[in-house]
Design a protein around this ligand. Structure first.
Ligand SMILES: [Zn+2]
Length: 107
């Protein structure tokens, strides 16, 4: 489910781009913040103004929509994480993670 005006990008691709542009950034920390924003988005959390939150921006400054974060009327092909039906990735993945059965989160 992509939003109009945004350029959809996969989480992994955005992380690579962000780290390339910000060599000092902490990958694990970035992933954690992105996953938090993605989770909030998946749960239907909205900006204080009522709009859907902008995951990428929300990872930086807190859960808000593009307009409230960027101060512009709307996105102009800005990146947005593609939040599809998959659960937020586990930041610990990368090492030989055992096949944990965490498929059913608590309700
Ligand atoms: Zn807003």
């Amino acid at each position: 489910m992509t939003k109009p005006g945004f350029t959809p990008i996969a989480l992994e691709d955005y992380v690579e781009l962000h780290l390339r542009a910000n060599p000092g950034a902490d990958r694990a920390d970035l992933m954690k913040r992105l996953c938090y924003a993605m989770d909030a988005h998946a749960r239907g959390v909205r900006c204080q103004c009522g709009e859907s939150i902008w995951i990428i921006g929300s990872a930086e400054v807190g859960l808000s929509c593009f307009t409230c974060i960027a101060g512009e009327s709307g996105p102009d092909r800005d990146y947005e994480i593609v939040a599809d039906d998959t659960q937020p990735p586990n930041p610990a993945v990368g090492r030989d993670a055992p096949q944990t059965a965490r498929s059913s989160p608590p309700r």
